[in-house]
Design a protein around this ligand. Structure first.
Ligand SMILES: *Cc1c(COP(=O)(O)O)cnc(C)c1O
Length: 358
């Protein structure tokens, strides 16, 4: 199996090996040491300030999105959300569900964010800003510098969902003034699904501690208290935390986060060059390095996602054909993939083309 889907992704042999071992008991100093190291490594890779804190929540990425909405906002907030696809809409739905006042900047599916779009919202009384920095449903990467400037000049609390973007696109919490970064174990961290990672700035930690959260499991105050000694209130996905530890150390030993981002960028560029021989197009000018969204010049009557999976054992992600009929698939560049793997995918597409299917 060769997996170019957008999560879960291919894991390294080291991560796979840890997954095959017995699950250890976790109320031990040895396990606390590992989770404290995970926190330190996450802070390093996100360039977070000294007073920031990291929470490892057992749940998929969406649990991190929901816990954030429930713990950092109150009825006094007015949140502005970038909404250009499925994940932007999820933030809108979460705010509505939890009675947080919000508006969304609606962006056409697959379009980039511009400074003009943001300028309309200057000085409008907002207190916070939420963005899925890579809107995985379209592959669009929103410009973090533009967003960072906008939030600074309007004094907004900035929440970034970097679930698919972490380790693929550069983000620097200190430099960009980001208050919360959410990511998940099954995207570029290349571990199984089950852990959401929420990194909070000092300002965000204060918001959490001064808020009252109407949930026991999602109460981040309780998590912060336990995290001081490297523990969680409830049994976490222990094995995944061990796998995350191995993966983060692997990245660090291979040169750090910038080297990993460069590796992902090269993989994305390699694929985008190779796909040019087909009657396909990569239209978006602001794609994340995590994903390439591929359009067809003509509407195809074959389902390439199904053919690749059933006949070649290659997995790519489906497209939002409810929004864009000529979008054929999304190819991920996250996880344990190489340029040789790109060749395997290209060879399969050549074969399908030779068979006359497109
Ligand atoms: C994958 C993803 C999530 C989390 O989805 P889950 O299925 O809950 O893990 C959140 N935001 C973005 C941008 C994603 O790509």
């Amino acid at each position: 199996m060769l997996n170019f889907a957008l999560g879960p992704v291919m894991s390294s042999d080291l991560v796979l090996k840890i997954g095959s071992e017995q699950t250890p008991y976790f109320r031990t100093p040895e396990f606390s040491k590992i989770t404290l190291e995970n926190e330190k490594l996450m802070k390093e890779m996100l360039f977070a300030d000294e007073d920031s804190k990291v929470i490892f929540l057992t749940g998929s990425g969406t649990s991190g999105m929901e816990a954030t909405v429930m713990n950092v906002f109150t009825e006094n907030d007015k949140v502005l959300i970038v909404n250009g696809g499925g994940f932007g809409q999820r933030f809108v739905d979460l705010c509505k569900l939890h009675n947080i006042d919000c508006d969304d900047i609606k962006i056409d599916f697959g379009s980039c964010l511009t400074s003009q779009m943001l300028e309309e919202y200057d000085n409008k009384g907002y207190t916070a800003f939420m963005v899925n920095i890579c809107e995985t449903s379209s592959g669009v990467h929103y410009d973090i510098d533009l967003i960072s400037d906008f939030c600074r000049r309007n004094n907004l609390f900035l929440v970034v969902d970097a679930v698919s973007s972490f380790l693929a696109d550069y983000i620097n919490m200190s430099e960009h003034g980001v208050d919360v970064v959410i990511t998940g174990s099954q995207k570029a961290l290349a571990c199984p699904p089950g852990i959401a990672i929420i990194t909070l700035s000092g300002r965000a930690v204060d918001r959490v501690n001064n808020n009252s959260c109407k949930s026991m499991y999602f109460d981040l105050k309780d998590m912060l208290l336990n995290a001081k000694r490297g523990q969680t209130p409830y049994t976490p996905a222990i094995t995944i935390l061990l796998q995350i530890n191995a993966r983060l150390n692997q990245i660090k030993n291979d040169g750090g986060v910038k080297v990993e981002i460069e590796r992902t960028t090269n993989l994305a560029n390699d694929f985008r060059n190779k796909i040019k021989e087909f009657p396909f197009e990569v239209r978006c000018k602001c794609l994340s390095n995590a994903v390439t969204t591929v359009h067809s010049k003509e509407i195809l009557d074959v389902n390439l996602v199904e053919i690749l999976k059933n006949e070649y054992d290659i997995w790519v992600s489906t497209a939002r054909d409810d929004l864009s009929k000529d979008m054929i698939f999304r190819v991920g560049h996250m996880g344990d993939l190489s340029t040789e793997d790109n060749d395997t995918l290209i060879d399969a597409l050549r074969d399908i083309q030779k068979r006359g299917l497109f």
